[in-house]
Design a protein around this ligand. Structure first.
Ligand code: CDP
Length: 595
C-alpha cells in the first residue's frame, strides 16, 4: 500500500528561521531553483522512506504507515533530527543518507582500489552524495623518500592532501554544499612537523580539518620529557627521533594561532573500537566525533534535550520513548541507504554503526536554571548522556532480538565471553549485551540541524544570548527566547539591553540578576576547564566521540592552551579542538564583541 501523498495533519512547530534554512538548502527545487516542496513535504518524504525499512522485517502496511507518522512528528516537532544528508537525499535519486565516511589511502598512486588516486575518486563520489570524508595519510611515504619506479622522490602526504583539497573544491556535497574532510597524520610519521604547520596559512587546505594522531607512546614520552621514534611508513624502520615536548609545543602554538591542528588520541579511541577483529580505527569524520575503520560509515541523529523540560522538570519518560524511536529510525537508515561504494555498503551491514547524540543541552540547563560551568551542570551532562546511552542500547537490543544482532556481534566487544574482543590484559572491555548496532552513541556538532530544530547546538554552551548568525551567506538575527521570556516575565527586559548584549557578547549587565548572569553564561565566558570537564563527562557514556570546541578568550596564552590539551588527555577525552576568539576570519557565528 503506498503512503498518503500528503503529510499527516497535526502539530508542526518549525520556526521561520528553520523554514528559511530548509528552503535555501534542502527542499527539492525545480530548474529555476524554486522549491517545489514545503518543509512538511520534505519531512514526510524522509519519514516514509525510513519507515519503509520495517516492512522487510514483517511489519504490516498499517504498522509502517503508523511508524512513518511517528517519525514525521518526531522531526517536525523538533524532538529529533537526523543528519543533513538524510534530509536532503531520502526519497531522491542520490538516496545517500549518512554524514560520515572514512577511506583508506595506501602508498600507491593507483592499485585499482585504495591507492591515492583511487581514494580520491571515492572521495568525490562520497562528497557528491552529501557525505563528509576522513583520511589518515600516515601510510604514505615521507617527502623526499625514493620512488622506485621512477627513481624520483616522493612528494609526501601533505602534497597529496593538497590534491584532495583542490579536488574537493570542484564537487558540491549532495549538490548543495562543499565537501568537508578530516586529514590525520600519526605523530610518529616522519613528516609530522610539516603536517603540524601545513595550515598556518589560513588560505590553504581550507576544505580540511587536520588532527595529529597522538599515540600513548608519545604521551608517555611527553610526560617524561623524552624522545620518541619516527617510523618509515614503507617498512616500519625507525628513521629518526624527536623530542616529544618540541612537537607538542608546535602543535599547541598552531592551535593557539589558528585552532589547528586538533589532536585525535588514536590509541585511547582504539581501546573502545567495538570490532577490533576487523581492523583499527583509521581516522575520524570531518568534525572529529566519529572514529571509523577504513570504508566505515555512520549516520547521525540528535535528540533535542531542551524539548523535554517544562516548568523546570525533565520528562524522562517522554525522552525515553523518543530515544527508542530515534534509535529505531537510525537503524532503519542502514537498510534503506544507497551507499556510494560496495565496500562501504558491505561493512555498514556487518556492523550497523549508528550515532545517536544530543542537541539543545544548553537549553535544557537554562530551563532547569543550572549554569553550564558548575558541578551540577557537568553532572547533568554525565547523567543525560548515560540515559541516552542506556536507553539507546535498550532499543538496539530490542531490535536485535527482533531482527538479529549485527553480523559481527559475537566477536565484537559486546559478544559472549569465549569469542569476544578483549583488552590487552584479556579483560572484557564492555559487559555482554545483545545489540543490533556496534556503536549507538556519538555527539555531533549539529551545525545545521540545530538551526532547523531551533535549539542550542550539540552539547555546547549557548554561543550568545543575542547575536547575528551568518547562515549560508545571509546574516540572521538570533535572540535566546528563554532569556527574553524570563526578562519580560521578571520585568527587566528592554530592547536596549538586548542590543547591549549583542554588542558586548555578554549578559554581565547591571539589570540582569546574578542568577541569570550565571545561567546564561556563554561559550566565550566559560572557562576552558569547564568546557573540557563537560566534554569528559559526556565522553564517559558515549561509544564514539564528542564534537566539542573549547573556547578561549583572545587574550589566552599558549600555556593556557597547553594546559587544556593535557587535561583533555588525562580526563580520557578522545580528542581536543580549541578556538581562540578572533583567531580566524569568517567565523560562522559572531558576537558583537569580535565581529
Ligand atoms: O547539522 P548537520 O547534520 O548538517 O551536521 P553536523 O552535525 O554539523 O556535522 C556532522 C557531520 O556531518 C560532520 O562531522 C561531517 O562528517 C559531516 N559534515 C559534512 O560532511 N559537511 C559539512 N559541511 C558539515 C558536516
Amino acid at each position: 500500500m503506498p503512503f498518503a501523498a500528503t503529510p499527516p495533519e497535526g502539530l508542526v512547530t518549525l520556526s521561520q528561521n528553520a523554514r528559511t534554512v530548509l528552503d535555501k538548502r534542502y527542499l527539492v527545487k525545480d530548474k529555476t531553483g524554486k522549491s517545489v516542496e514545503k518543509p512538511e513535504d520534505m519531512f514526510w518524504r524522509v519519514a516514509t522512506v525510513v519507515a519503509e525499512a520495517d516492512r522487510r522485517y514483517g511489519a504490516s502496511d498499517g504498522a509502517v504507515q503508523a511508524l512513518a507518522e511517528e517519525f514525521y512528528f518526531l522531526m517536525t516537532q523538533r524532538r529529533f533530527e537526523p543528519n543533513s544528508p538524510t534530509l536532503m537525499n531520502a526519497g531522491r535519486p542520490l538516496g545517500q543518507l549518512s554524514a560520515c565516511f572514512v577511506l583508506p589511502v595506501e602508498d600507491a598512486l593507483s592499485n585499482g582500489q585504495n591507492g591515492i588516486y583511487d581514494s580520491l575518486r571515492s572521495m568525490a563520489l562520497i562528497h557528491q552524495s552529501g557525505g563528509g570524508t576522513g583520511f589518515s595519510f600516515s601510510r604514505l611515504r615521507s617527502k623526499g623518500s625514493m620512488v622506485r619506479s621512477t627513481t624520483g622522490v616522493a612528494s609526501g602526504p601533505i602534497s597529496f592532501m593538497e590534491l584532495y583539497d583542490a579536488s574537493t573544491d570542484a564537487v558540491k556535497q549532495g549538490g548543495t554544499r562543499r565537501g568537508a574532510n578530516m586529514g590525520i597524520l600519526r605523530v610518529d610519521h616522519p613528516d609530522v612537523l610539516d603536517f603540524v604547520a601545513c595550515k598556518e596559512d589560513l588560505t590553504k587546505i581550507t576544505n580540511f580539518n587536520i588532527s595529529v594522531g597522538i599515540t600513548t607512546k608519545f604521551m608517555d614520552a611527553l610526560k617524561a620529557d623524552g624522545s620518541y621514534d619516527l617510523y618509515d611508513p614503507a617498512n616500519g624502520a625507525v628513521v629518526a627521533q624527536l623530542r616529544a615536548r618540541d612537537v607538542w609545543d608546535r602543535m599547541i602554538l598552531g592551535a593557539w594561532r589558528t585552532g589547528e591542528p586538533g589532536v585525535f588520541f588514536i590509541d585511547e579511541a582504539n581501546k573502545y573500537n567495538p570490532v577490533p577483529h576487523l581492523g583499527a580505527y583509521e581516522a575520524t569524520n570531518p568534525c572529529g566525533e566519529q572514529p571509523l575503520l577504513a570504508y566505515d560509515v555512520c549516520n547521525l541523529g540528535s535528540v533535542n534535550l531542551g524539548y523535554y523540560v517544562s516548568n523546570g522538570v525533565v520528562d524522562w519518560d517522554a525522552m525515553r520513548r523518543d530515544i527508542a524511536l530515534s534509535t529505531h529510525f537510525l537503524d532503519n537508515i542502514i537498510d534503506v541507504n544507497k551507499y556510494p561504494l560496495p565496500e562501504i555498503d558491505a561493512l555498514s551491514k556487518r556492523i550497523r554503526r549508528i550515532g545517536l547524540g544530543v542537541m539543545g543541552f544548553a537549553d535544557m540547563l537554562v530551563r532547569l536554571g543550572i549554569p553550564y560551568d558548575s558541578a551540577e551542570g557537568v553532572e547533568m551532562g554525565r547523567r543525560v548522556m548515560e540515559f541516552l546511552d542506556v536507553e539507546g542500547k535498550k532499543e538496539s537490543e530490542r531490535l536485535a532480538k527482533d531482527r538479529g544482532a549485527f553480523p559481527e556481534w559475537a566477536r565484537s566487544i559486546w559478544g559472549p565471553d569465549e569469542t569476544c574482543a578483549r583488552d590487552a590484559n584479556g579483560q572484557r572491555i564492555r559487559p555482554m549485551q545483545l545489540l543490533r548496532n556496534c556503536n549507538v552513541t556519538t555527539v555531533a556538532p549539529t551545525g545545521t540541524i540545530s538551526i532547523i530544530a531551533g535549539c542550542s547546538s550539540g552539547l555546547e554552551p549557548l554561543f550568545a544570548v543575542a547575536f547575528m548568525r551568518n547562515q549560508a551567506g545571509v546574516m540572521m538575527p538570533d535572540v535566546n527566547e528563554d532569556f527574553v521570556s524570563i526578562a519580560k516575565h521578571e520585568g527587566w527586559y528592554s530592547d536596549e539591553l538586548m542590543e547591549r548584549i549583542a554588542k558586548t557578547g555578554s549578559v554581565r549587565h547591571a539589570e540582569v540578576p546574578a542568577k541569570w548572569q550565571a545561567v546564561f553564561n556563554t561559550a566565550n565566558n566559560i572557562s576552558p576547564e569547564y568546557h573540557i570537564r563537560m566534554q569528559a563527562a559526556f565522553q564517559q557514556h558515549c561509544d564514539s566521540a564528542i564534537s566539542k570546541t573549547t573556547n578561549f578568550s583572545h587574550t589566552a596564552t599558549v600555556d593556557d592552551v597547553r594546559a587544556i590539551y593535557e587535561m583533555a588527555y588525562d580526563m580520557k577525552c578522545k580528542g581536543v579542538t580549541v578556538y581562540r576568539d578572533g583567531s580566524r576570519d569568517g567565523q560562522v557565528l559572531s558576537t558583537g564583541a569580535t565581529a
